[in-house]
Design a protein around this ligand. Structure first.
Ligand SMILES: Cc1ncc(COP(=O)(O)O)c(C=O)c1O
Length: 436
């Protein structure tokens, strides 16, 4: 492809982009079950306008744009209060992955400073924890040791205890985890960390802006946040159930002194004194302003409304799925995120049949399943989703249909014992994505 010699007009540029969107998933009408969290047209407009207002500003230098700095400070302190520790210190990051990377980097620096005898640090993480912890392990050279989960998909606390050794610096649990939407035994995991004098991170990327509101609405929610003694840090994504624009998460530390280990300072650069709180150098102003804007636009009343709507919708879907012969919801999900499997049909054939009907359900493995994250955009679609699922399930059972093509490959990769070969396959897929 050649670099354009002459620039295109604004109209041409925008119409080309619009054209490219034609084949994309229709998130506005509830056709996706992850990737986009949509709280309606007015909320979207607030995000657009707030992003626009701070579109060009850069949070790299906190002195240049005090207005933007105030937005970040407000987002962090509101999130800390929501997670029941108003004194927590934190920073905004670009997303859950960056928040997790920062929590692991902080744990490593903390251990280097306070436990210098540890030269090969380890963290124990449930097998269901988000892969961002594997990324952190690779980036920061902290070994990840996997805690198995029980039949309820929650971390097995007895196994966790047996995996701790003299190199362990961090214990991790999720509130809730992505695949099945269940909350790990946070109280027990944090107590274990406390007992060993090490740190405990709770990944509430998914639930940070969901569980506090569910609790207020009266739904049963297990202990999940800073109220649990021994929880030393948390991650919570404003760009998930906080309904912010993408590029907004918060990482929080119970003690301010801990946060310092996250930062990087370099005093000798000829370009000037350099300090950076997180992974990025330049930090876009738009997502910070949009996060501030949506939190103030929705407020507690707005979050309770959208959370209530998502939860009622998710419960209707879960009940409906459990009522379809052969399908069942995994475990006991705490909120509006859940997975489901099939007893006597090929679940990936079902995912293909749903794709053909225009629904984009994410796929799970070990056990094989499909995944839903519910937002208010799905409220009007419950009957249609369930009737399509029912019809597709019956058809697959009647015809004995098995998954084909990509879905079949996904199923096969999920059950292969040689995980190294599967990882190689994934790397090749990424490597070839620009050749498609
Ligand atoms: C539980 C959990 N943690 C972390 C993440 C990572 O978030 P992000 O995709 O914003 O990096 C996700 C993403 O779905 C998640 O579900």
């Amino acid at each position: 492809m050649d670099f354009p010699k002459q620039g295109m007009s604004k109209d041409e540029v925008l119409s080309t982009l619009k054209g490219r969107q034609r084949g994309d998933a229709d998130w506005r009408h509830g056709r996706t079950f992850s990737l986009v969290y949509y709280a309606g047209p007015e909320a979207l407009d607030v995000l657009y306008e707030a992003s626009r207002a701070y579109f060009s500003e850069n949070a790299l230098n906190p002195m240049a744009f005090p207005g933007l700095r105030q937005c970040e400070t407000d987002v962090v302190s509101l999130t800390a209060a929501m997670l029941h520790h108003p004194d927590a210190a934190g920073t905004m990051t670009t997303g859950g992955t960056e928040s997790i990377l920062m929590a692991v980097k902080t744990a490593r620096e903390w251990a280097r400073a306070t436990k210098p005898h540890i030269t090969h640090p380890e963290m124990i993480v449930p097998i269901t924890v988000h892969p961002a912890f594997e990324k952190a392990a690779a980036y920061f050279d902290v070994k990840s040791v996997h805690i198995p989960v029980g039949d309820d998909f929650r971390a097995d606390i007895h196994a966790a205890r047996s995996l701790i050794n003299e190199n362990t610096i961090l214990v991790v649990g999720s509130s809730p985890q992505y695949p099945h939407g269940v909350v790990d035994p946070i109280t027990e995991l944090a107590a274990l960390a406390q007992e060993h004098g090490i740190l405990c991170h709770v990944d509430a990327c998914l639930g940070g802006f969901l569980l506090p509101w569910l609790e207020k609405l009266g739904y049963p929610v297990p202990p999940f946040d800073f109220r649990v003694p021994g929880v030393t840090s948390m991650s919570a994504d404003v760009h998930k159930y906080g309904y912010a624009a993408k590029g907004a998460s918060v990482v929080l530390y119970r003690e301010r002194e801990l946060r310092k280990y996250q930062f990087v300072a370099y005093a000798d650069w000829p370009g000037g004194l350099y300090g950076s709180p997180s992974m990025c150098g330049t930090r876009a102003g738009g997502p910070i302003a949009a996060a501030w804007a949506i939190m103030h636009h929705l407020g507690e009343a707005g979050y309770l409304r959208v959370t209530g709507e998502s939860m009622t919708t998710a419960r209707r879907l879960m009940d409906g799925i459990n009522a379809i012969p052969g399908l069942y919801v995994f475990g006991d999900p705490v909120g509006s995120v859940f997975g489901f499997g099939a007893r006597d049909i090929d679940i990936f054939a079902l995912s293909e049949a749903m794709d053909a009907r225009g629904w984009h359900l994410d796929r799970l493995q070990r056990p094989a399943g499909l995944h839903m994250m519910i937002t208010p955009a799905h409220a009007p679609l419950v009957e249609k989703i369930l009737s399509d699922l029912r019809e597709a399930t019956e058809q697959i059972r009647r015809d004995g249909t098995l998954a084909e093509g990509a879905a079949a490959m996904y199923g096969a990769l999920g059950t292969m014992d040689d995980r190294g070969t599967v990882s190689e396959f994934i790397l090749n897929f990424l490597d070839n994505i620009d050749a498609r």
